[in-house]
Design a protein around this ligand. Sequence first.
Ligand code: FRU
Length: 494
Amino acid sequence: MAEWTRDERYQKYEDVDQQTLDDLSAKVNESKYRQTFHLQPKTGLLNDPNGLIYYDGTYYISHQWFPLGPVHGLKYWYTYTSKDLVHFEDVGTSLKPDTKDDSHGVYSGSAFEYNNHMYYMYTANHRDEDWNRISTQHIAKINAEGEIEKFPKAVIAEPPFGYTQHFRDPKVFSKDGVYYAVIGAQNEQGQGRVIQYRSTDIVNWEFQGEVHTNLDSFGYMWECPDYFNLDGYDMLLFCPQGIDGEGERFKNIYQSGYIMGQYDIDNLTMNHGDFFELDHGFDFYAPQTFIDEHGQRVLIGWMGLPEINYPSDVDGWAHCLTIPRVLSIEAGNLKQRPVKSLEQLRINKETALGYANKFTRQLYPYEGRQYELIIDILENDSTEVYFEVRTSKTQTTLITYNKKEQKLTLDRSESGLLPDPVDNTTRTTYLDTPLTQLQLFIDTSSVEIFCNDGERVMTSRIFTDDEATGIKTSTESGQVYLKFTKYDLKDEEV
Ligand code: FRU
């Protein structure tokens, strides 16, 4: 692909002629990788989910957007509303780079309610003549007509003393009538941090300090922090950049995970255990959470990663958001389950019971490109069991479960085209309990695999041919007794 020049990346789409935009749309719409039940960019590149909130009976979901191509350039917020997190109304661009402070992008941020109005707090990204980054934090109000009114000036005009301009992605939350913002930061020693501000009027923000964790040397930048209490546990989510891989952990270019424990919000001390990854697939980053209409904590992530080229790039678009997941803590462990409202998409239920062994590779006659598949593992006397989806004579996406090690591996080496650079074509997670269930959401170019009713999730893009529709199981040795429940998923033209 041709390299994009800086000028091309920082072009406003409002300045581009209609014919060029129409040609790009036509190209994108012809892409064989277009998803059916995931939010994806109309054209160009989508990254982080932004401004997620359930406000006054409506969900608001925005995402980082560079409209003109599959590269990171001048970022806008593109917004959808929804009544159920399944059907979406297209609102269009909401926050635009139209001031000096955000001249080089309206970066990530969150939504919150204050005095019966909805607000966004977000990072404005500016580059000076020498291309030095200048990051400021801003607020915009959504007025009664649904229009965005940016506050006239930054509410946090510079990083605190001792921190660099890598200062972004404010997540606002309130507690006992006080508003807090946790912000991704880097200290002058080049270490990633989360820093915290407080406000009682949302205009004046007082810097409180950095969140004290035991992860002092844990990457050079922490992006997209989130804080909330979940079932009695304080959760701090963030995306550290610059962590070395450790065995099967931290294999993606950047990580997205959480620490959990007890947080003293006034002293900013977090007593916590290990840092765990939120997802064990290839393509997951920059998630954000919000509270849904039932009071549940819901997470949506970016199904992609920075600094990687994806096969859909040639079609003029890249990435999508994950399906929403409900978070809970059960017996001290995080569970992530797909939101229930997704069941509205189910059609054509098919079920089967059967054995699989090393000779059966063609057990299930079903096929498809967009579906939900629940595999209950009723008995397992195998050494390794192989589940394959989107198979053809030449392609397959392989999930292997090794019983002895309780090890689950996703292999996309034969899934079709691969993102570039490719370091490795497997991702592995060790389960806490023996595998009893896989719940798979397959869209045209992605798989989301929920293991053991939310114990682990593996999220990945796959760029498979249209003909690869098969579903197969077999074992290395021994046999498994399985129940399959498959639903086709309605194409709601997201
Ligand atoms: C994470 C991120 C954020 C930033 C945004 C810019 O993917 O780098 O830190 O606000 O993307 O698009």
